[in-house]
Unconditional design. Structure first.
Length: 202
């Protein structure tokens, strides 16, 4: 009897805001905190940097994705972070101060080709490795087209998001994700509406 293959889950995380106070703590030229020093010298994992910069929300996204992503044979792994300049990167990708400053200077908007073309390139590579039934779960906003349009255009109905995210703010989502990790209880996912049904927003 042929073994039934379990559909795989790949997670795509929206990035942290690199223009806030916590980002400035590690990106300034004279940063003296341990993370800031590492960023200037050997570099630090992108997931660690974004967790520090964003706090609860990104920490929750990364912990959840790490806990519930399935073992996959996909180049780059099963968890990816959207960036403004380098498409999709692994949370383990080493990054340095100058790269983060470059990311901070590039707006994430669908009309910005520097952001969109790199993201679409990497999403196409990801889509080419998916099997039937595999799903890509976006842990980020679906209220504006900046993530949904480039992802949905390529992934179609394989793009999903947690149903519980609707109506929750960033802090609420972060708390929810960390709680589900502690309880080992995965959220229910729903298909993300087609990009055409989304309207521009902040």
């Amino acid at each position: 009897m042929a073994r039934v293959r379990t559909p795989r889950s790949i997670f795509v995380l929206s990035p942290a805001n690199l223009s806030g106070r916590r980002a400035n703590l590690v990106l300034r030229a004279d940063a003296r905190c341990e993370l800031g020093i590492r960023l200037r010298l050997a570099g630090a994992p992108l997931g660690e940097v974004f967790s520090f910069v964003s706090g609860l929300y990104f920490r929750g996204k990364l912990a959840y994705a790490t806990a519930f992503s399935t073992d996959v044979k996909i180049a780059g792994g099963s968890v990816f972070i959207i960036t403004s300049t380098h498409g999709l990167l692994s949370p383990e990708a080493l990054t340095r101060t100058n790269q983060l400053r470059e990311m901070a200077a590039v707006p994430i908007h669908i009309s910005n080709p520097q952001y969109r073309l790199a993201l679409e390139r990497d999403v196409r590579r990801l889509a080419a490795q998916l099997d039937e039934g595999d799903r890509v779960v976006l842990l980020g906003s679906i209220a504006t087209p900046k993530y949904v349009e480039p992802l949905g255009k390529i992934l179609g109905d394989r793009l999903m998001a947690p149903a519980a995210f609707v109506g929750l703010g960033d802090m609420g989502r972060g708390s929810l994700l960390l709680r589900t990790v502690r309880e080992r209880k995965q959220l229910v996912y729903v298909s993300v509406p087609p990009p055409s049904s989304h309207h521009c927003g902040p």
